[in-house]
Write a new protein. Structure first.
Length: 225
């Protein structure tokens, strides 16, 4: 079976797919703007049992934040921050901004947002990424030293390790995906990316291009997405 690739970016294993001039039996779509909008995604992550930050429309979310804080509304709206999703379909740190609850109410009352969870001392940001490639599974740490978004600015990526290959398919039904978490009192899932870029993260040393291709196509041959 010949598997083609439709993507809006390049990665290190792309050359293993069927060439553009050949007819493919199936096409692996790896598009950065395809997938659940952020509001649907966070509800989906809730539904599969992952902890997520408190989320909702700004005008509905902020009153909940202020009430739970136990502080006077004016103080809580200034002290607490939310991540506002200006474009719910974008990843890689795009389409979102961090604002105080007060500013979010004034500027984006109807936008979807989630409570901002500080993940790094000072100005930077840190996230943990669970990367699933077929049945292979990895953990990485992304750290930005100058931006609250862990994948923007001056970024370092650490490959923390590989778990044993999974014995059963993941409940998330994609051959390739990344789950991003921030750590506070527990791990909070903040993003599901079905088109993650993996080149340059160190994965190449664990998973060769042909192996990466084999993991992706094995699930596609079995009728999975």
């Amino acid at each position: 079976m010949k598997i083609g690739l439709k993507s809006d970016f390049e990665d290190y294993y792309d050359h293993c797919f069927t060439s553009a001039w050949e007819e493919a039996d199936k096409v692996f779509e790896r598009l950065t703007t395809v997938g659940m909008p952020r509001s649907t995604m966070l509800l989906y992550l809730d539904s599969i049992g992952l902890a997520t930050p408190l989320h909702g429309r700004v005008q509905e979310l902020v009153p909940v934040i202020t009430e739970r804080s136990g502080m006077p509304q004016r103080i809580a709206e200034e002290l607490f921050e939310v991540v506002v999703y200006e474009d719910e379909h974008l990843h890689t740190g795009k389409g979102k901004r961090k604002l105080s609850c007060r500013d979010a109410l004034a500027q984006f009352p109807e936008a979807y947002a989630s409570v901002f969870i500080p993940s790094h001392p000072g100005k930077g940001g840190t996230s943990l990424r669970y990367l699933r490639v077929g049945m292979r599974q990895f953990w990485l740490r992304y750290t930005s030293h100058d931006d609250w978004r862990s994948n923007c600015g001056e970024v370092s990526v650490e490959l923390l390790g590989e778990e044993e290959p999974a014995e059963t398919p993941h409940q998330i039904p994609y051959p390739l995906f990344a789950l991003d978490f921030v750590k506070a009192d527990r791990l909070y899932a903040v993003d599901l990316n079905i088109a993650p870029r993996v080149g340059g993260t160190g994965i190449e040393g664990c998973l060769s291009a042909p192996e990466f291709y084999q993991e992706i196509t094995a699930k596609m041959r079995n009728g999975k997405r």
